[in-house]
Design a protein around this ligand. Structure first.
Ligand SMILES: NC(=O)c1ccc[n+]([C@@H]2O[C@H](COP(=O)([O-])OP(=O)(O)OC[C@H]3O[C@@H](n4cnc5c(N)ncnc54)[C@H](OP(=O)(O)O)[C@@H]3O)[C@@H](O)[C@H]2O)c1
Length: 328
């Protein structure tokens, strides 16, 4: 397949997935900010490293600050949720162009389809963590397989993703997969407020209790809405709050896979918060809150997190203080 791939939003996920596809021989065009283009150029190219795979170096990237010339065969949508509509509105995509959203949250594919009604937008899901760890250097700090909506438009691309060691696991019901990922992502705002790397935060029982409280509330809302999240972890999603509430030595044993993260990995929400950028809180806790409201329910814990993370200067909290506020 020689048609170009456009990566819309060349940040952590866009550079990692697009870079691996380019290293596997694809014609990849990155649409991103000049500051990252310059950083990568000054570092002598893009370096991608991996918790469990080989590293890749790409000396030169095809980089654009707006739509490249020509037409893409596939678009990978990799901007943060708040930028979905505006990023797509700036591209005049030909009718039927497949656009695979690799974003978190449950609404991005719908928002993207509204912004580009002529495109064929498909939901995807990235289970692993990618962090910007140095100049021109992005690192995958955890593992898992990419997921995507089963659709004929992706068939011609499957072999390329395999070659790049990023096989696409196809699903009929991506909504169940996305809600399951959202449940896990409820740890992100907790991680962001903790100021700790993910692994250290997950090894703290008080911080885990905060995440458990958010997960338990979200599971109640999903049950009321008749949504059954897919199973992405060794334990079923309904057991996640109990798992998070286990004493740390037991948690370490039972959640060994969840804890296979580099010691320095942080959630990208933590990076956004630290850099003073808007976070994706509305796409995570906000989505649960909206679903609750549609069922005539309250979701006060999600509401609290939306308020805390949307404040102009969110302050780091200690775990016990957050736990108490979530309980109240
Ligand atoms: N990082 C992870 O580990 C991870 C894992 C799973 C899923 N995800 C999801 O993947 C999505 C992307 O996350 P990320 O961490 O890769 O974000 P990111 O590093 O912030 O990358 C997004 C990039 O897109 C740029 N951008 C925004 N609008 C643009 C436009 N119109 N044209 C060109 N570039 C534009 C952003 O620039 P500005 O900052 O200037 O806006 C930013 O550089 C999110 O939904 C996230 O939740 C991330």
């Amino acid at each position: 397949m020689n048609a170009p791939i456009w990566v819309l939003g060349a940040g952590a996920i866009g550079l990692f997935v697009g870079g691996r596809l380019a290293a596997a021989g694809a014609d990849v065009h990155f649409i991103g900010r000049a500051r990252l283009r310059d950083e990568i150029a000054q570092a002598g190219g893009l370096l991608l490293t991996d918790l469990e795979g080989p590293e890749h170096r790409l000396a030169a990237l095809q980089w654009h600050e707006a739509a490249p010339p020509g037409v893409p065969g596939l678009v990978l949508l990799c901007v943060k949720s708040g930028a979905t509509a505006s990023a797509l509105a700036d591209l005049a995509l030909p009718s039927g162009t497949p656009v695979l959203s690799l974003q978190n949250g449950v609404d991005n594919a719908r928002l993207a389809q509204q912004a580009a009604p002529q495109a064929r937008v498909l939901a995807g899901m990235v289970p692993f963590n990618v962090a910007h760890v140095g100049p021109g250097h992005w690192h995958r700090g955890s593992s898992g397989q990419l997921a995507a909506q089963e659709d004929a438009a992706l068939q011609p691309w499957l072999a390329l993703f395999e070659r790049a060691a990023l096989p696409l696991q196809l699903h009929r019901d991506m909504s169940a997969v996305q809600w399951a990922k959202l449940l896990l992502n409820l740890n992100n705002p907790v991680n962001a407020l903790s100021g700790l790397p993910l692994r250290a935060q997950l090894l703290d029982a008080d911080w885990r209790a905060c995440t458990a409280a958010l997960m338990a509330e979200a599971l109640q809302v999903l049950r009321a809405a008749g949504i059954r999240p897919a199973r992405l972890t060794p334990l079923p999603p309904g057991w996640l709050p109990a798992l998070m509430r286990l004493p740390t030595p037991l948690f370490e044993r039972l959640a060994a896979r969840m804890l296979r993260i580099d010691a320095q990995a942080r959630s990208s929400m933590a990076d956004d918060l630290a850099a003073g950028r808007p976070t994706e809180i509305d796409a995570l806790c906000g989505a649960v809150l909206r679903l609750a409201q549609a069922q005539g329910l309250q979701a006060p814990r999600q509401r609290l997190m939306v308020e805390l993370l949307s404040a102009p200067r969110p302050q780091p909290l200690n775990a016990q203080a957050l736990r108490q506020r979530l309980r109240a």
